[in-house]
Write a protein that binds this ligand. Structure first.
Ligand SMILES: [Zn+2]
Length: 340
């Protein structure tokens, strides 16, 4: 954060991220004053990296060609979002545009000037780097032989954003999409188009952004160190997690991880579990079990499976959610390995 998110032209403060993962780029207004608050994002379009890999049939040359075509599709789709906003009058939402939440425009003034020059951002999202690399190289992107290819993919997307930014004077940036329920949609579409390919399309989910696959055994520190290099290439936003057990009696270890995060990576969090069964008062981890081909939540103490009589909290993709999730995301949560 200190390296990449401090405004060097302004007063040297840091642009922190939103709670979830979105990151604004440093911005200085026409008076040379850094602006930390009251900015916004024009929207996101996500590129499905797994689909590009599978469409290429594993042929690298074809892969880069299809990649360029898909990037151009995303470019056009993002411009649609931008065009949709253009011409909006400040009167559409006075608290946002007139009273300072996002800006202080006059009544009846269009918001257009805020769409250009970096006041707001627009995001190219990406998903499934792990599966993409796995299909193209036969290896996880944590394998030193496959890591350079993964980084090349990141570089191409950043390069595209740079070109679009120069062309339109709009602040395009690359963003690790949260993919909260889209993970299931993408996975289903991939299975429909390409069938079941072991290690690539055989799950009800695809891996978030650049993340290490949730089932891959890797310790917390190594995971954070590895993922840090991809966060540097995700200027529009990113978040890394380590999955941990109940750490209430090991605060020292929590502090060690936090210090490591501060020294090594822009933004990361510890995922722990705190569930509660209203039937028996069990306070621990409610489990996911499969019954009749469907994943359901079940209290390990009393066997309660009534979702209305238990409280389950899990980090979905940025925020901790207490709703329940679609089958694809539930499978992903079930398969998460502990890193500590
Ligand atoms: Zn119970």
């Amino acid at each position: 954060m200190l390296e990449l998110k401090v405004d060097k032209n302004g007063d040297g403060h840091c642009y922190t991220c939103m709670g979830c993962r979105s990151f604004l780029t440093p911005y200085v207004d026409e008076n040379g004053k850094a602006k930390y608050y009251g900015r916004f994002n024009q929207g996101v379009v996500t590129i499905n990296l797994v689909d590009i890999a599978l469409s290429s049939g594993g042929d690298k040359e074809k892969f880069w060609k299809i990649f360029e075509e898909r990037l151009e599709l995303c470019h056009q789709a993002l411009l649609c979002r931008h065009e949709r906003l253009k011409g909006t009058l400040s009167d559409a939402a006075p608290i946002l545009w007139q009273h300072g939440a996002l800006a202080r425009l006059d009544k009846g003034e269009p918001i257009d000037k805020l769409l250009f020059g970096g006041y707001s951002t627009i995001s190219l999202g990406y998903a499934g780097l792990y599966e993409c690399v796995k299909y193209m190289t036969g290896k996880s992107h944590t394998d030193p032989e496959a890591t350079p290819f993964a980084l090349e993919v990141m570089d191409l997307m950043n390069a595209a954003c740079k070109v679009w930014k120069a062309e339109h004077n709009i602040d395009f940036s690359l963003y690790g999409t949260p993919l909260e329920s889209t993970t299931y949609k993408f996975a289903k579409c991939l299975q429909r188009r390409f069938g079941i390919i072991p290690g690539v399309t055989d799950k009800g989910y695809i891996t978030n952004s650049y993340h290490v696959h949730v089932t891959e055994e890797i310790d917390a520190f190594e995971k954070l160190r590895f993922e840090a290099q991809f966060q540097h290439l995700s200027p529009g936003g990113a978040i890394s997690y380590v999955e941990v057990p109940d750490m209430q009696n090991n605060i020292e270890a929590v502090l060690q991880v936090m210090k490591f995060i501060y020294d090594n990576i822009i933004y990361a969090e510890l995922n722990t579990k705190s569930d509660y069964c209203q039937e028996c008062g069990f306070d621990g981890e409610i489990e996911i079990v499969e019954e009749d081909g469907k994943l359901i939540w079940k209290c390990p103490n009393c066997g309660n499976t009534d979702q209305d009589k238990m409280n389950v909290a899990r980090r979905t993709c940025g925020y901790i959610g207490t709703q329940y999730w679609n089958q694809g995301r539930t499978q992903e949560i079930k398969e998460r390995v502990l890193h500590l």
